[in-house]
Write a protein that binds this ligand. Structure first.
Ligand code: SAM
Length: 202
């Protein structure tokens, strides 16, 4: 047995939202990798996070999982695509967590959240805007909040020095610059080789 399959088996949990997961797979909606999801949920539980802000709802899959991570977790999640937002609202409304999740239709580059305060930020939208999202939404975080950024490997693009496509090269360079700026910052960082790469910032 290959090590990777051995670990995958040990990490596999019963899917809490099988219909939503199936819909995502069948319709190629990009949702968080299952190993990465386990790690993020564990951080939520260990930290005792109660107010999570998510950038990038898609159809509400990760928001529902986050709400289920521990008792009394509230999630505010922002999505700019109207169709995805509507599907997310329906999925959330039909779940046991409808009172725990607030889905906002807005471009996260411009959204305003008033005096809301969060103890956990999950960034999972347009990868080239990670720095912008980080700078904008850290203003809404309580002291000691935890930030996790998904897809920091950009599906392998990050380590490819020979990218021919100009737009892909630009995206790679933006994500590389963001990752480096976080490493060089005053924050404590962990770059985790799980899923498509998670960056944990404290
Ligand atoms: C990877 S998907 C999110 C997946 C979701 N977090 C999950 O794991 O179930 C990224 C989502 O971010 C949304 N998005 C991209 N740029 C955005 C922006 N500027 N503001 C809000 N949402 C954005 C996309 O429309 C897409 O639905």
């Amino acid at each position: 047995m290959e090590l990777i399959n051995y670990v995958k088996d040990l990490n596999t949990n019963e899917e809490l939202f099988p219909a939503i997961h199936r819909y995502a797979v069948e319709n190629r909606v990009p949702i968080i990798d299952s190993d990465a999801l386990n790690v993020v949920k564990q951080y939520i539980a260990i930290k005792g996070a109660k107010n999570i802000l998510e950038i990038g709802t898609a159809i509400g899959y990760s928001a529902l999982h986050f709400a289920s991570a521990a008792e009394g977790v509230h999630v505010t999640t922002i999505e700019k695509d109207e169709t995805s937002h509507e599907i997310a609202r329906r999925n959330i409304g039909e779940s046991a967590y409808s009172g725990n999740i607030k889905a906002i239709l807005a471009d996260a580059k411009e959204a305003e959240l008033g005096d809301a305060e969060f103890d956990f930020l999950f960034i999972d939208a347009s990868k080239g805007n990670n720095q912008l999202f980080f700078d904008k939404y850290k203003e809404y975080l309580a002291d000691g909040a935890l930030i996790i950024v998904d897809n920091i490997f950009v599906r392998g693009l990050i380590a490819d020095d020979n990218v021919e496509n100009k737009n892909k090269r630009k995206l790679r360079d933006k994500v590389r610059a963001f990752n480096q700026s976080m490493k060089d910052s005053e924050y404590t960082t962990s770059f985790l080789n799980v899923g498509d790469g998670l960056l944990v910032i404290y």
